[in-house]
Write a protein that binds this ligand. Structure first.
Ligand code: FES
Length: 127
């Protein structure tokens, strides 16, 4: 079964095993990783933008529709994918870094989680 590792959650890396055919966004939701999805995963917003740091060859090819939406995203790199469009097609490890844009969107969509995160960060700093 493929493994998706999200490298930059608030609590460090989060890892989840998923069936072949799962999108990176679905994997993030299963792993409780903060990846935004303002359009609900229909390739219309770019808030699910992530960087695939390892295992890009295990994912579905990027289609023209995905590339058109990525053109509107911030800080696009050659490793950029839309989490709602990149589907894992083969067994192995995929490592994903959630972009700042996506991370902030998720917290805007989940304000209660933002408060909890801020409290955890303050506690870590001893405030
Ligand atoms: S969730 Fe909107 S483009 Fe992926």
């Amino acid at each position: 079964m493929p493994t998706i590792r999200f490298l930059n959650t608030d609590d460090g890396a989060a890892e989840v095993d998923v069936p072949v055919g799962t999108t990176l966004l679905q994997a993030a939701q299963k792993a409780h990783a903060p990846e935004g999805s303002a359009c609900g995963g229909v390739c219309a917003c770019s808030t699910c933008h992530v960087y695939v740091r390892r295992g890009a060859n295990l994912l579905s090819e990027s289609e023209d529709e995905e590339q058109d939406i990525l053109d509107k995203a911030f800080a696009v790199e050659s490793s950029s994918r839309l989490g709602c469009q990149a589907r894992v097609e083969r067994d192995g490890l995929v490592e994903v870094e959630i972009t700042r844009e996506s991370y902030e969107t998720w917290y805007n969509e989940h304000p209660q989680e933002r408060h909890a995160r801020d409290a955890r960060l303050k506690a870590r700093r001893g405030e």
